[in-house]
Design a protein around this ligand. Structure first.
Ligand SMILES: *[C@@H]1O[C@H](CO)[C@@H](O)[C@H](O)[C@H]1NC(C)=O
Ligand SMILES: *[C@@H]1O[C@H](CO)[C@@H](O)[C@H](O)[C@H]1NC(C)=O
Ligand SMILES: *[C@@H]1O[C@H](CO)[C@@H](O)[C@H](O)[C@H]1NC(C)=O
Ligand SMILES: *[C@@H]1O[C@H](CO)[C@@H](O)[C@H](O)[C@H]1NC(C)=O
Ligand SMILES: *[C@@H]1O[C@H](CO)[C@@H](O)[C@H](O)[C@H]1NC(C)=O
Ligand SMILES: *[C@@H]1O[C@H](CO)[C@@H](O)[C@H](O)[C@H]1NC(C)=O
Length: 472
């Protein structure tokens, strides 16, 4: 009785296998989009994409950047230490039981994998060496492209000319110093601005009570958890389990840990192959990517109005700086303003700017239709991702003030602008109200909380009011 069963299991596992001679380790073109744990190296456009703008001179550069590649948080590190056990089972499945479809090379890589040894809890969320490099190289590319602003004489490297500020964490502070070092050859060339405990500029989404209260409402994460229980993930669990030689379905937790190990290792050392990436096909990596995109789409992205509201303080800061450059008296204004923060801040600011706003909302049921979505955290939310805005003075146009936006060093083709180059007056018309009238009062006055879907009362009232309004 045993033999036929084994043969059936063997045959069915062959059917769902990838090409039997496929080896991830030999793949010259692996899929590298890993949602918010994507290495900046694989997505930025800095090598070719900066534009020289004829008849225009840059006079100020404003930047909001996420910290570079970091180590996982403490609870993740603890869980990742269970992977050696899973690895041993996978090896056992292949070598002793004859199940599983990893190629020999991928299996050997997994067998000799031991980088987890050096990952200890005291490193949690610290910036990695690659993370320092991310920011240092970003600084150098900006400097090369904007020499007028970023190659000052030693005497002009001052805290009046260059403003630096980070949130209060090791990874953002170290990102700031790495960037500064890349720019001026020293980590303390300029004294950074003070970081207030209540950081309403760079951490509004964290300090805003009303916003935080909305996160208690499970409906915010409903689509990503629906997707997590849906058919795509179900098939993924099944296929990955068979590929690794398990005859039962492994858990989403195990899959999540392997995915995390794969993408963290790829981001820590961009030239190395992580054996854990061999566990997944491209299709599967894209499914995992979509689940995370869904999560952030509702958490910080365009799906909720409150996300744009907590994203306005950096926008306001940018507009206030640019406003001071409008006239001819701008030579005493700073040349560079550089902020270092977290993905939530970057994403809510992008939401406030209207970046990556899809016409059709992302949901648990439209994965296939959204394959060309704009909201793709791999592209807009990787490690070290950034928004750069450059203010120009131009001579030929009747409107001398222009602004160009870059996201991850790619020009942002803002609607209503000329291949990304925007008239400052147009921008003020379009976004000035959101920017200049930005207020976080709703975060703490209690009244805003209810109208922004706070708790069950809000949930009940909101649709009812909408219906009433529509009924008129
Ligand atoms: C772990 O750290 C030790 C000491 O720094 C080093 O010799 C070893 O190569 C590291 N191992 C891995 C797998 O990175
Ligand atoms: C410093 O910058 C100002 C304004 O950009 C410029 O006029 C001046 O020559 C610079 N100083 C030195 C020492 O380069
Ligand atoms: C943070 O600042 C805002 C506005 O200045 C204030 O209303 C709020 O109470 C502060 N929050 C904390 C925790 O101090
Ligand atoms: C995963 O499983 C589904 C359903 O069993 C199958 O249709 C699909 O082709 C599999 N995908 C891969 C990449 O093996
Ligand atoms: C594993 O999951 C697949 C797809 O959901 C299901 O068809 C199969 O019965 C499950 N296998 C076991 C052993 O539970
Ligand atoms: C990255 O991995 C490659 C290949 O394994 C190795 O040669 C290199 O030293 C590693 N780089 C760092 C910074 O650890």
């Amino acid at each position: 009785m045993l033999l036929p069963l084994t043969i059936v299991a063997f045959l069915s596992s062959q059917i769902i296998a990838r090409d039997h001679d496929y080896c991830y380790a030999d793949d010259d073109n692996p899929y590298l989009y890993m949602a918010t744990k994507t290495a900046y190296q694989f997505v930025h456009g800095g090598k070719t994409r900066y534009q020289t703008i004829p008849n225009c001179n840059p006079v100020q550069i404003w930047m909001l950047a996420r910290h570079g590649t970091r180590y996982p948080k403490k609870s993740t590190i603890t869980k990742l230490h269970t992977l050696p056990k899973l690895r041993d089972q996978i090896i056992y499945n292949h070598e002793i039981r004859g199940f599983g479809n990893l190629c020999d090379k991928d299996l050997k890589n997994l067998q000799s994998w031991n980088s987890i040894q050096n990952l200890t809890e005291d490193m949690a969320q610290y910036l990695t060496v690659q993370g320092e490099e991310d920011l240092k190289l970003l600084a150098r590319r900006l400097q090369t492209n904007f020499p007028e602003l970023l190659q000052p004489s030693a005497a002009n490297i001052t805290s009046t000319n260059y403003k630096f500020r980070s949130t209060d964490s090791q990874r953002t502070k170290a990102s700031l110093t790495s960037f500064m070092h890349g720019l001026f050859g020293s980590s303390n060339a300029v004294t950074p601005e003070h970081t207030p405990a209540n950081d309403t500029l760079l951490k509004a989404y964290k300090v805003c009570d009303s916003y935080q209260e909305t996160l208690n409402d499970p409906s915010v994460f409903e689509e990503s958890s629906k997707f997590g229980n849906g058919i795509e993930i179900e098939n993924l669990l099944h296929n990955v389990s068979r590929r690794l030689g398990f005859r039962y379905n492994i858990t989403t937790t195990s899959v999540g840990l392997m995915y995390d190990m794969c993408r963290y290792e790829k981001a820590w050392n961009v030239t190395k192959v992580s054996p854990w990436c061999a566990v997944f096909t491209v299709d599967e990596l894209q499914i995992l990517e979509y689940q995370e995109d869904l999560y952030y789409y509702y958490y910080t992205g365009p799906s909720r109005e409150i996300n744009a509201r907590v994203g306005c303080p950096p926008l306001q800061d940018m507009f206030q700086h640019f406003q001071k450059l409008e006239g001819s008296e701008y030579s005493h204004q700073p040349k560079g303003i550089f902020y270092f923060t977290h993905s939530g801040s970057l994403q809510t600011t992008m939401t406030a700017l209207g970046i990556a706003k899809d016409k059709v909302p992302l949901t648990a049921s439209n994965y296939k239709e959204m394959s060309k979505r704009l909201w793709r955290t791999s592209e807009i939310g990787s490690f070290a991702t950034n928004i750069v805005a450059v203010f120009y003075k131009c001579t030929t146009s009747d409107s001398p003030n222009k602004v160009m936006f870059y996201v991850a060093e790619k020009p942002l083709l803002f609607q209503g602008c000329d291949v990304g180059l925007c008239d400052w007056e147009y921008l003020k018309n379009k976004l000035g109200k959101e920017a200049f009238e930005c207020s976080l009062d709703f975060c703490w006055d209690g009244s805003g909380a209810t109208s922004l879907i706070n708790g069950s009362l809000g949930i009940l009232l909101f649709p009812a009011l909408t219906l009433l309004f529509l009924g008129r």
